[in-house]
Design a protein around this ligand. Structure first.
Ligand code: SAM
Ligand code: DTB
Ligand code: SF4
Length: 365
């Protein structure tokens, strides 16, 4: 994804960000039209496949176990429920499904095998599959890619300078490593941030600078407005002003002309007019459905109305890159083979109890 050569330094981006608003929007709308169809907006659905009980301390997050929020903890969803939810999302116009887990990192266990099966199944529904599962190694990224994962979401959230004020249980560099692992496996990177956490404008620009420094900036950049949740350290944060959101979206659009800029969390506090300004400023995707991961999102009907008023069309899947092939997963296949062998041996033992190998008796003295 290209970086706009006119805006690669902190000073230049800061000046751009602080341009009179209508001028900034005009610039962003122009860049948007040169690179995207302004009447197309991708609808992407979120699904929390494992909710709450997370060991991390991200100050904004209602799913961190250490904060006392109303979030109910759930273990991993089963594959059939995910398929049902994905079909629903697709029927309602979503071309992408983003599955989120409240994990610090992916672990190589049965749960991850199940996620692999979810990715295969949703990819087979002809939807872009995105996952956000916390930190990920290069091998895990390869397994997900092989299963048909289209994108991996892993946010830097804010500037490197402000990061330590928000999270202490993992480093900025850990996040950069995960993003790199996704990229190296050939997975499209989705990474962005949150505004309204008490950061300065310089921090917002600092987030963009972190992406500029990358060999390959993300194909997708979600801009979230903080959803202040009771029980989290950020419960008292003032709601983000729509003007701040528009400025951040417009600046991101101009700096990364080709990326998909996503108008993400926080839409329930925005008017239709405010959201229209965000689309004008270059946002080309929303999260659809009445729930984000754990917090509310506008109702389906409200978004339908918004699309109708503005003459927007939902975007088809795989307009940026072809659908990955879902290949069999060698680890799951190997486990299935072993289980089948065990089953065969047990069946034989039941048929010929005499021939069956005697069980080893351990003498206990
Ligand atoms: N546990 C994984 C991780 O942190 O990478 C994936 C799930 S996590 C909930 C995904 C992203 O949601 C976070 O990086 C953050 O940017 C966003 N998020 C979480 N809580 C939020 C809130 N209250 N308001 C806005 N965005 C939020
Ligand atoms: C992103 O940047 N925003 C989405 C998605 N990526 C995973 C998540 C927003 C979560 C908002 C808080 C919640 O609902 O728990
Ligand atoms: Fe856990 Fe992700 Fe929430 Fe941080 S943002 S507490 S890692 S679920």
């Amino acid at each position: 994804m290209k970086v706009n050569p006119a805006y690669t330094t902190k000073e230049a981006i800061l000046e751009l960000h602080n341009t009179p608003l209508l001028e900034l929007m005009y610039k962003a709308a122009t860049v948007h039209r040169e690179n995207h169809d302004p009447n197309e907006v991708q609808m992407s659905s979120l699904l929390s496949i494992k909710t709450g009980g997370c060991p991390e301390d991200c100050g904004y997050c209602p799913q961190a176990a250490r904060y006392h929020t109303d979030v109910d903890t759930h273990k991993l969803m089963n594959v059939d429920t995910v398929i049902e939810q994905a079909k629903n999302a697709k029927a309602n116009g979503s071309s992408r499904l983003c599955m989120g887990a409240a994990w610090r990192n992916i672990r190589d266990n049965r749960d991850f095998d199940n996620v692999i099966e979810m990715v295969q199944a949703v990819n087979n529904l002809d939807m872009e599959v995105c996952c956000t599962l916390g930190m990920m190694t290069d091998k895990q990224a390869e397994r997900l890619k092989n299963a048909g994962l289209f994108a991996y979401n892993h946010n830097l959230d804010t500037s490197e300078d402000y990061y330590d004020d928000i999270i202490s249980t993992r480093e900025y560099q850990d996040r950069l490593n995960t993003i790199n692992n996704a990229k190296n496996a050939g997975i499209s990177v989705c990474s962005g941030g949150i505004i309204g956490m008490g950061e300065s404008v310089e921090d917002r620009i600092g987030l963009l600078l972190s992406y500029i420094k990358m060999e390959e900036p993300p194909a997708s950049i979600p801009i979230n407005a903080l959803v202040p949740v009771e029980g989290t350290p950020m419960e008292e944060q003032k709601p983000v002003e729509i003007w701040d959101m528009v400025r951040m979206i417009a600046t991101t659009r101009i700096v990364f002309p080709e990326a998909i800029v996503r108008l993400s969390a926080g839409r329930t506090s925005m008017s239709k007019e405010g959201q229209a300004l965000c689309f004008m400023a270059g946002a080309s995707s929303i999260f659809a459905g009445d729930k984000l991961l754990t917090t509310p999102n506008p109702e389906f009907n409200e978004d339908q109305e918004l699309f109708e008023i503005l003459g927007l069309r939902p975007k088809a899947p795989f307009k940026e890159g072809s659908r990955p092939e879902s290949k069999p997963d060698t680890i799951i296949e190997e486990k299935k083979k072993k289980a089948a062998e065990r089953e065969k041996q047990l069946a034989e033992a039941r048929k010929n109890p005499k021939k069956a190998k005697p069980r080893r008796v351990v003498n206990v003295k």
